[in-house]
Design a protein around this ligand. Structure first.
Ligand code: NAD
Length: 499
């Protein structure tokens, strides 16, 4: 069986107490790897390595071209090992083969984009307060420093890259902590990075429990920034823990996004889109369209077609190319999703389709849709993070906006309509970070992604995402050489008033 070690200061090590944990395939229950489980002591060693690497300037002071070249080496390594990484992602996370293949491809593509962003000169000269010509004002973008990157289990490799890419492009050093449920591809990434020219200590990768090593990372005063993706609940804990030395934080948290189908939408497309929005990766997507709002005029045909199409989906072995629905990530997630299905029934919503475990082996749940639901039910307000969609009927566009915005979250959402102008008007009224029109889930390396309200703080991707890993420094160079002409001269030097 494969054994993965911690990656600290360019060395692979056992954990300080020799502890390990097992990676389990959620489709079969088989153990696929053993992974060193970091202790607080190991975490401190990783932070020290990142701190020393940052302070030495071996990464932050490298010419931009050199940083870009080394990041590109990682891209090449991912591409060379794409098949292997895809297989591991399926076995470790229960992703379908198609989704895992896409994730690996998109990880390389995204990192390639960051290798180009590393070349950008973000420094600029701006106009000062005083008249032009009397001062020069430079705004420099400098790396924020040592970053703790904490990621969840639903897109393991992609999430690692989405954080590593901008952090490294900006010149930061990092400690990456994947979720224990899915640490394998992050540990493979450590092996790949070790084969590049990346200076030692710039990238450190350690696995272990959030409650111990996550807390150490977020409270350690040698860490300058925490970039976190995960649940809103843990995001709030991290805010408190990071307050000690006022770390910069970006939080990408939960969602309960509204997927709005207007009466003029193409029915087939909207139904397919609703399935994609709600059930992609078994619904384990933060931005998933888990509240499906359907116009009353098309409600009957929409619901009938939705049920028919969902019941034709193939549930089963994620390694089978024709599988649409794989297992959820583990037993505890399985139990939590099944609990919500029970809660939905108790709240009075009706199961249109699904609602049960599928098969006897592996953590499979039938794609489930609740109808006759209201927006105040727990199944409409809380993030279930599994294959469960709550369908709510609405009367007109105003009501759709009201329901959509009646949520503590604000991450994603969509509008399906035959009229782009009408859809756009509606999109502009939604209090959420991303709105798709006649699409879902697609993110761009160039456009910001992040949450309103309790879905998060800060943005990933694009220039906004890169700047999250920088500090802005203003340098004012005064060009007035005659001290008596300085704007403040009369304030500090006693003046002869002539009397
Ligand atoms: P989680 O919040 O339980 O864990 C996320 C990460 O935080 C893991 O690595 C975990 O070990 C670590 N962690 C846990 N407690 C910690 C603590 N006290 N201090 C520091 N780190 C700690 O989330 P999860 O169950 O792994 O993932 C599912 C959640 O992630 C969902 O809520 C989902 O919406 C969210 N998510 C959000 C986005 C986004 O971009 N907004 C993307 C994917 C997932």
């Amino acid at each position: 069986m494969e054994k993965y070690l911690l990656y600290i200061n360019g060395q692979f090590r056992e954990s300080s107490d020799g502890g390990t944990f097992k990676a389990v395939n959620p489709a079969s229950g088989e153990v696929i790897a053993e992974i060193a489980k970091a202790t607080v002591e190991d975490t401190r060693a990783a932070v020290d390595a990142a701190r020393n690497a940052f302070d030495s300037g071996i990464w932050s002071e490298l010419p931009r071209e050199e940083r870009s070249r080394i990041i590109k080496q990682i891209v090449d390594k991912i591409n060379e090992n794409a098949r292997h990484l895809t297989g591991l992602e399926v076995a470790d996370s229960g992703s379908t083969l198609k989704k895992a293949g896409e994730d690996v491809f998109l990880s390389a593509k995204s990192l390639n984009h960051y290798s180009k962003m590393a070349l950008l000169d973000l420094n600029e000269e701006v106009e000062g307060l005083s008249k032009p010509g009397v001062s020069k004002n430079i705004v420099r973008r400098e790396p924020v420093g040592v970053c703790a990157l904490i990621i969840p289990w639903n897109f393991p490799l992609k999430m690692a890259i989405w954080k590593l890419g901008p952090a490294l492009a900006a010149g930061c050093t990092v400690i990456l902590k994947p979720a224990m449920e899915t640490s394998v591809t992050a540990m493979e990434l450590a092996r790949l990075i070790d084969q590049t020219d990346m200076p030692k200590g710039v990238v450190n990768i350690i696995c272990g429990p959030g409650s111990s090593i996550g807390t150490e990372l977020t409270s350690n005063p040698k860490v300058d920034k925490v970039a976190f993706t995960g649940s809103t609940e843990v995001g709030k804990t991290i805010m408190k823990s990071a307050a000690g030395n006022l770390k910069k934080i970006t939080l990408e948290c939960g969602g309960k996004s509204a997927n709005i189908v207007l009466d003029d939408a193409d029915l087939e497309t909207a139904v397919d889109g609703a399935i994609y929005a709600g059930f992609y990766h078994q619904g384990q997507c933060c931005e998933g369209g888990t509240r499906l709002l359907v116009h009353e005029k098309i409600y009957e045909p929409f619901v009938n077609l939705l049920k028919e199409k969902i019941e034709r989906m193939k549930i089963g072995d994620p390694m089978d190319k024709t599988t649409n629905v794989g297992p959820v990530v583990n037993e505890s997630q399985f139990n939590s999703v099944m609990d919500y299905i029970r809660i939905g029934k108790e709240e009075g919503a009706e199961v249109l389709t699904g609602g049960k475990r599928y098969g006897e082996k592996g953590y499979y749940i039938e794609p489930t849709v609740f109808i006759n639901a209201t927006n105040d039910m727990r199944i409409s307000q809380e993030e279930i993070f599994g294959p469960v969609v709550t369908l709510i009927k609405f009367r007109d566009d105003d009501e759709a906006v009201k329901i959509a915005n009646d949520s503590v979250f604000g991450l994603g959402g969509a509008v399906w309509s035959g009229d782009d102008a009408r859809a756009l008007r509606l999109a502009e009224r939604l209090r959420t970070g991303t709105v798709w029109i006649n699409e879902y889930h697609l993110l761009s390396d160039r456009a910001p992604f992040g949450g309103y309200k309790q879905s998060g703080i800060g943005r990933e991707f694009g220039l906004d995402g890169l700047k999250e890993y920088t500090e802005a420094k203003h340098i004012h160079i005064d060009e007035i050489k005659d001290r008596t002409k300085k704007t403040w001269y009369a304030v500090v030097v006693p003046q002869d008033n002539g009397s």
